[in-house]
Design a protein around this ligand. Structure first.
Ligand code: C5P
Length: 285
C-alpha cells in the first residue's frame, strides 16, 4: 500500500492588520505569518475505502473537517478514483489561532500532490487551498511570509532573527467568525507589517515589541478576558514581546531567555493550560 507522512505545522501571526471588509463578509488582511516546529503528523495511506482517524477523539472527522474537504477537493480536481485512510496525530490545539485545522488540510493537499506526482506548483496548490479555508494557502507554503487578501496572497521572505516562542493557550477557545463579527475597525490597532518584516530580516529582535500588534486582539480580549490576563502575567514574568495569535485564544511570547521560558512553562502548566516551547522553522541562520 502506498503511504506518505506529512508534517502539518502550526503558525502564529507576528502581525495582523484588518484593512477592510468585503461584500462577501470576509475581511481583507495584512499579516506576517510564520510556521512553527509544533506540528500535527498526517499519515495518508491509499486504501480500499475512505477512513479518517485522529488521536483527538473530540474532533469530528466529517465533511466539515478540513482534512475531508482537502481529500474531496484533490479527488475532484485531479479525477482521482482511489480511497484513503488518513490518520492525524494531533498536537496543535483547536480554536487557538494556530491554524491547526488549516495545517492538516494543507498537509493532505501536499501529501496527495506528492503521492501522485501531480502537475501542480506549490503556488497553484496554495490558491486551490483557499477553497478549504483562508489560512490554508499559507499552510501550503509553510514559510515566513507577508500574507494579504483574505489569506491567499503569499509573499515569502527569508528571515535571520532567531528566538524561542512560548505558546500559552487558556482553557477557552475563540471562534474565528465570532472574533471578526465583534471587531470594531475604528477602535482596534492597525500595525504595519513592513516594519515587523524589516526587524525580522535585519535581526533586530529588541525592536519587535514596538511593532507587533493584532487588530483582533481587543475584541477577543473583551470576549474572553483571560487572554488579557495571560498577556499580563507573561509581561509580569519578564517577557517584553507578547501578543495574541490570529483570532486567539493562544498568546505567544518571544524570547532568547530559555530559563525564563522554562519558568513560565511550569507556571502555566500548574494552571492546567496548554503550553509549548517552539520556534520558527526555515530560519536561515
Ligand atoms: O476561511 P475560514 O473558514 O477559515 O474562515 C472562518 C471565518 O473567519 C469566516 O467565515 C469569516 O467569518 C472569518 N474570516 C474573515 N476574513 C478572513 C478570514 C476569515 O472574515 N480573511
Amino acid at each position: 500500500m502506498r503511504t506518505i507522512n506529512v508534517k502539518a505545522c502550526a503558525k502564529i501571526n507576528l502581525c495582523l492588520d484588518v484593512v477592510g471588509k468585503r461584500v462577501d463578509g470576509y475581511h481583507e488582511l495584512e499579516m506576517i505569518m510564520v510556521p512553527l516546529t509544533l506540528h500535527d503528523a498526517v499519515q495518508i495511506k491509499v486504501a480500499k475505502e475512505d477512513c479518517y482517524t485522529c488521536t483527538d477523539a473530540s474532533l469530528e472527522m466529517n465533511e466539515s473537517n478540513t482534512v475531508v474537504k482537502a481529500v474531496e477537493l484533490m479527488r475532484k480536481t485531479f479525477h482521482l478514483t482511489d480511497h484513503f485512510h488518513i490518520h492525524i496525530i494531533k498536537n496543535i490545539p483547536a480554536q487557538a489561532g494556530l491554524a491547526g485545522g488549516s495545517a492538516d488540510g494543507a498537509a493532505v493537499l501536499r501529501g496527495i500532490r506528492e503521492l501522485y506526482r501531480l502537475p501542480i506548483t506549490i503556488s497553484e496548490l496554495s490558491l486551490l487551498g483557499k477553497q478549504i479555508g483562508a489560512d490554508v494557502p499559507f499552510c501550503v507554503y509553510q514559510t515566513p511570509a507577508i500574507v494579504k487578501g483574505i489569506g491567499e496572497i503569499i509573499e515569502p521572505f527569508t528571515m535571520r532573527c532567531p528566538f524561542k516562542i512560548l505558546l500559552v493557550k487558556p482553557h477557552i477557545g475563540i471562534s474565528t467568525p465570532e472574533a471578526f463579527k465583534r471587531l470594531d475597525r475604528t477602535a482596534c490597532e492597525h500595525p504595519n507589517c513592513e516594519d515587523v518584516k524589516k526587524c525580522l530580516i535585519e535581526n533586530r529582535f529588541e525592536d519587535l515589541a514596538g511593532f507587533i500588534a493584532n487588530s483582533l486582539e481587543y475584541s477577543a480580549c473583551r470576549m474572553e478576558p483571560i487572554i488579557q490576563d495571560v498577556k499580563w502575567v507573561l509581561k509580569e514574568l519578564g517577557f517584553t514581546t507578547v501578543l495574541m495569535s490570529g483570532s486567539g485564544s493562544t498568546v505567544f511570547a518571544l524570547s532568547r531567555d530559555e530559563a525564563l521560558i522554562d519558568y513560565a512553562m511550569s507556571y502555566f502548566k500548574r494552571k492546567d493550560m496548554f503550553v509549548c516551547n517552539t520556534e520558527i522553522i526555515d530560519i536561515t541562520r
